[in-house]
Design a protein around this ligand. Sequence first.
Ligand SMILES: [Zn+2]
Length: 241
Amino acid sequence: MTLPQRILVLTGSGISAESGISTYRGGADGDKGLWSEVDFQKYASPEGFAEDPEGVQDFYNIRRAQIRTVEPNPAHYALARLQDHLSGQGGSLTLVTQNVDDLHERAGAQTLHMHGEILKGFCDACDSDRFTVKANLTTTDKCQTCGQAGRVRPDVVWFGEMPYHLDAIYAALSSADLFVSIGTSGAVYPAAGFVQEAQSAGIATMELNLEPSDNHWAFDEAIHGPAAEVVPEWTARWDLK
Ligand SMILES: [Zn+2]
């Protein structure tokens, strides 16, 4: 099988879960997901932030600290290696993730974070440039751009907000040879619609997931198993430099 030259990979919480990051919506193995334990309206909406900024900052501070204690797994490294290989021969692997952690980057991959990055912050008063959060965000932090206090927030796309990079993602999807979905539930739009988009453009589609996702029927090919196993097995189909 020849290696497709333009691949778009979408990853979701399943790939991070295998590094020890608890998922938001749950998955297999009794993981019911964070949103079953906490009220997402409270922790993942602009209204919730306005109501209880301290509680929201704490929620993300704890998760940010957790991310710093985990490491990328073989699935993250396999994707970084395939991306590097393809770019070395004039192809491309556009890596799009729904995850807000930095595990793809730490494995060496360039990544489009459609739901933002928890390790970054911005000021929602002036929509400032994104900055790296070194420790915690607090309700008294002052914006370095406009000087307002209490308006700095995690750079995470909340419910009701527009995901990032959609133009770039749809452009990459329309010119791809292969669309691969890894570790996603197939329940969160617009990402869940990428497979139909790919199919209507005549692009081959593939699912790598722990179990059949909500829209598994839409894929041409599926491999079910832990991402840390099935992703390296998939990339091993080709002799990567
Ligand atoms: Zn500001």
